[in-house]
Ligand binder design. Sequence first.
Ligand code: ADP
Ligand code: MG
Length: 573
Amino acid sequence: MSKTTKQFQTEVQQLLDLVIHSLYSNRDIFLRELISNASDAIDKVRFEAHSNEALLEGNADWQIRLIPDKAAGTLTIRDNGIGMTAEEVETNIGTIAHSGTRAFLRNIKEQNLAEHPEMIGQFGVGFYASFMVADRVTLITRKGGDGTQNGCRWESAGDGSYTIEECTKEGRGTDIVLHLKEEMKEYLDEWKIRAIVKKYSDYVQYPVVMDITREEPVTGADGKVIEGAGTMEKTTTETLNSMKAIWTRPKSEISDEEYEEFYKHISHDYDKPFKTIHYAAEGVSEFRALLYLPAHKPFDLFMPDRKRGVNLYVRRVFITDNCEHLIPDYLRFVKGVVDSSDLPLNVSREILQEDVQIKRIEKNLVGKILSTLAETKEKEPEGYLAFYKEFGPVLKEGIHFDHANRDKLQELVLFESSRTDAGQFVSLKEYVARMPEGQKEIYYITGTAREALEQSPHLEIFRKKGYEVLFLTDPVDEWVVQHLTEYDGKKLKGVDRGDLELDTEEEKKEKEAKKEEAVKQYKDLLGFIQERLREQVKEVRFSGRLTDSACCLVADDYGLNANMERILKAMNQ
Ligand code: ADP
Ligand code: MG
């Protein structure tokens, strides 16, 4: 392949423009992104080498090397990770493969990104942060096991196009060469680099090294200083990070800031987490977990192929960021790390699918997360509400999928209702506590929007009786009420059901009598309407429910309700 020039995908270039022209001041994070990519690449080669040792080329001395070159004005980040083939460079750099992400980026408010370019990490485009400090970036890479002549050289000035060509490269892995902008030369400074690595990448588990050259007094062969011989330059390689996995340290020694930085590192979120959960489990299954509940939802929460949030380690060695059974789908917003002491290091991804240890860990994590949420709801209702507004629709999926924890989940779900203001919520517990005397059931109405539900004629009788009605406006609520049929001994019923127990015995009798009379009097009319609507409805009957409206539609006791029918229709059922 000779040198070819190619165009960036439109969305990538838009993103680059935003990054390049951003006034954002914290440019330091470019180094965090590049070191994190280097660390990911080493994780990969390390894991894949279990089944294919040739990848290693005899070099398992993991290292991320920073090479500032003042004369050339470049900062190079070099790793001996997995490396990339030319094809992989093309797909990984310069395109955003995921169409959902592309669509999202197209719609994102430019303002937001200009103020928070560090957000880009969450879109899987952290690499482009390079262009905050460099006006040209060269990437030289070679895949492990591929032979020195199979390297690839990619270069771009971030101006719409990039070049790509073959090259030779000695060692396996990737060099990112940043040609620093004139005003960004401070990133060549030893102390500046040290400070950034310490702040953002201290817990990276591979050594981040740099050659440090100092003037030292001349020494003899015995290592002793020779008086009067002057000084000489001496270069030593120093490791800049402590490499201490934060989750292995005692809680008391970890500052809030460290927890926060680690969260940002793994989540690519630009905001603080809402809650941090750090604990060690002992007994049947031994592991450490450091979990975070984010403060706001990521853009891809409802995209089917989003990344999973909890990474699996075995005795501090990274195994996978894609372990299916570590955390259930309805808690997919949880980010963090689980480090097991029980699993074997060379555990394969297939085994992980079936492993009982993983299932035990999952059970434990779910218990811990749900109890943390319960406690938060109790102690910080405001905070919980804000969290619930972001993640409630996802959490509610658990009622459908996690039978074992339904009791706990039903305490965590909240709904708007006929007695709350818009944006305010009630729990089932509160609902039951404020039920007026005589009310035997819990009522809800489903639909797409609160405003529409408030107009429903079904609510008339409930208003009159002072009964609260829950407004279920999430699509997922339909599944919720299929499983949450009873709470605290009270049945949950849709207001459009035919079998509601709204009246006292006396009221019932009174109504029955009136109805009978009406049926007699208007038999012909009823028959006429029934005849005209034969195709549309099953039955036309008098109702004791309405106060102001002339008629309403009700569902069979076991039939589908109107909203469900609408959903199924939309799904073409
Ligand atoms: P993310 O890391 O979230 O995937 P990035 O923009 O940081 O997004 O990187 C894009 C992709 O480019 C990575 O997923 C990886 O496949 C590839 N990549 C980036 N840096 C390296 C590297 N140093 N070694 C190997 N692959 C890399
Ligand atoms: Mg990255």
